[in-house]
Write a protein that binds this ligand. Sequence first.
Ligand SMILES: Nc1ncnc2c1ncn2[C@@H]1O[C@H](COP(=O)(O)OP(=O)(O)O)[C@@H](O)[C@H]1O
Ligand SMILES: CC(=O)OP(=O)(O)O
Ligand SMILES: [Mg+2]
Length: 403
Amino acid sequence: MTSPTRVLVLNSGSSSLKYQLLDMRDSSRLAVGLVERIGEQTSRLQHTCLMSGDSREHTGPIADHDAALKAVAEELGRDGLGLDSPDLAAIGHRVVHGGLFFTEPTVVDDEVLTEIERLIPVAPLHNPANLTGIRTAQALRPDLPQVAVFDTAFHTTMPEAAARYAIDPKIADRHRIRRYGFHGTSHAYVSRETARLLGKDPAEVNVIVLHLGNGASASAVEKGRCVDTSMGLTPLEGLVMGTRSGDLDPAVIFHLARVGGMSMDEIDTLLNKRSGLFGLCGDNDMREIRRRVDEGDEEAALAFDIYIHRIKKYIGAYYAVLGTVDAVVFTAGVGENAAPVREAAIAGLTGLGLAVDPERNAVRGGEPRLISPESARVAVAVVPTDEELEIATQTYALVGKSN
Ligand SMILES: Nc1ncnc2c1ncn2[C@@H]1O[C@H](COP(=O)(O)OP(=O)(O)O)[C@@H](O)[C@H]1O
Ligand SMILES: CC(=O)OP(=O)(O)O
Ligand SMILES: [Mg+2]
């Protein structure tokens, strides 16, 4: 019998489940889909079978990630791609927080589950959903290897000077407080693809990666290794995000508690779910914000300016961390699609050798591309991320060895 070659990838967010089924013989996609607004009355499942070209959509309440995955399994089954298929080699799961414990993709066992569970307090929006995804997948296919691929893994190479906060190390160690960083699968994939775009080996280039999605983070990648990143103990630090504040003076929290009379839970919800672009202007979708800016909406314009100002600060900071930079690269939903964000973030940085060519920046498409002028000293690029492909590749590499 030939070995199974398919990998199902699950990327569970706090209220969504993205999935892809890939055939690893040629990394082709067989099915892709998304369940959104899990836990609400208006949940929506969008499923596309790329073999038949058939797309289906369902709306209606899906209570939790367990129900979401079961609905996905049913859709896959209707296309003859069900989880019971003997062609399935493994299921790869994105797990957001792996602490320092996990530096590589890992086959899930009870010990691994316990460790992911222990990290819930530092990834409260993400790890619980990731765990449910793994447990439901295990129940559906107990015989199949489940592989966890951690957002934090790529960042474990950071030097202590970047990873440590300036607090008493005894307290930090006792509570395992340090910069872990997230979106690592994306930063790894995108920095590697950027080197390829430049026609170089990853070990030859220094890259600043700006992952601008709903969650957003920047990283400094030196010769293929991460040396700094903007997210910290949790995915709250750093850039302005869809609903998260990113950097602020930690004393804001004391002030809100002591003077504002807010509880810790209220402050947590404020900073994680009601801040960022949404907190500033009531919208967290960059398309809507740009539409409002173009109509002269001042609130949206200020939110946009704050968002851009923070990105600029990180470009400058990571330029200094790296010393020399070969490329600044934009990725994820906003980075890949929002030309005005890229233009504004790079504007005024000619002193750093950075510029954007308006015509190149206006090009749309799914291919990695340069948006800097021909003569630029440092490349500016758009490189679409593909966390699912990277997770599938890492998963298959791990289980392929034992097949
Ligand atoms: N055409 C577009 N123009 C501007 N922003 C866009 C566009 N398409 C998507 N986005 C932005 O991308 C965000 C989602 O990014 P994505 O990387 O898919 O996020 P996540 O994986 O964190 O859910 C949306 O909230 C929206 O702000
Ligand atoms: C870690 C993180 O912020 O992930 P996401 O962007 O999927 O919310
Ligand atoms: Mg994402």
